[in-house]
Ligand binder design. Sequence first.
Ligand code: ADP
Length: 446
Amino acid sequence: MFSKVLIANRGEIALRILRACKELGIQTVAVHSTADANAMHVRLADESVCIGPPPARDSYLNIPQIMAACEITGADAVHPGYGFLSENARFAQILNEHKITFIGPSAHHIEIMGDKITAKKTAVELGIPVVPGSDGEIKTEAEAKALATKIGYPVLIKATAGGGGRGMKVAHTELDIGIALSTARSEAKAAFGNDSVYIEKYLGKPRHIEVQVMGDGQGNAVHLGTRDCSLQRRHQKVWEEASAPTVPPEKREEIGEICAAAMRKLKYSGAGTIEFLYENGEFYFIEMNTRLQVEHPVTERITGIDIVYEQIRVASGEKLSLKQKDIQFYGHAIEVRINAEDPQTFTPSPGKISFYHPAGGVGVRVDSAVYQGYSIPPYYDSLIGKLIVYGRTRHECLQRLSRSIDEFVVDGVKTTLPLFQRLIREPDIIAGNYDIHWLENYLGKK
Ligand code: ADP
């Protein structure tokens, strides 16, 4: 087992990782920018190193500074959390070269899943169902038209280097192909410096369903069930549930086993999430995230498994302790992301938290790194905390969520809590009747 883990992240996830390390008896090193000198992850870590000024590119994304922090403190492993360097194959490689363990998959697995076309090809080879579309890059308009006719309209032109939903254009008929192709290309060129695109069938009202997987790099892998993260705004998840409420249990089991088998074949190591669009009872692979996700606690709640603990264990070379037959799914869990944002306009609302009272009681977990008197810096994402609620049934979970939201107080900054207060009363939400467009339509109508 490691003796000292450096946590290359900030905020609630840095604290989440720190807690797992403490429980395992591992020393912790926090790194931080000058803006985060008073952050909770810095206060609670055994050691801390300032790695640069506030902008992430100069601190949390600054590989030489993080390597220097490892050197100074003698850390033998690095946990990257999510975002920042968590899916940076080069960072994983550099750590390897310095005999420091990257707590995550191999650089090779990060790389093949980071490129959309390679990821899709790999998914096909591994027996994971994908969205019908081109096998690779589309070069000409004629090629796009021929393929679109074959798969049927509407189709989606997507950037190979895509991210955050950019460089994506729908074509409803053959007449739209030319313009969709050229706008997707120019958007992709501007955003990613790479104008290559591919084509997929456009799904009209899908849900976003994902499968949590865990492997040990030695050919053992399991799935930890599904999550529904369809409630999104601008491709940012807002509310997540486990298990996926409208997918029948046998379908969840089936897709889970497909994903676990794929990870066994790949000899995947660590935690990962395989994301799908789900429509008319069919799953379509969209991407794989080779890291811990923001919404991992809902899965932890329904399985009783500490995902970060397992990540650390397998990274240290141990075999997966989990067996599929022992993994049970209990009840239902929902997570809502409390952001420091105006609940109407979603503009960030950094500043000082003058009063803070998180919800508590039976079935409630709050993952947050803020405290009363803490100032939310303007440089990073606006996540204040995650409220995770459990119930034996989805109904009980919703009731508990409702009272937890009412109990939660964050004063001094605007938060998304009032949005959740409204959502929890919406008949479609109560019924679990929503797709990936529901929230934006709802907000548009208000
Ligand atoms: P990115 O990496 O840019 O986020 P993804 O492939 O993950 O790209 O897709 C982002 C979002 O775009 C999905 O969550 C979904 O909302 C939408 N999307 C992607 N592919 C399709 C498709 N074939 N049909 C309908 N919507 C899609």
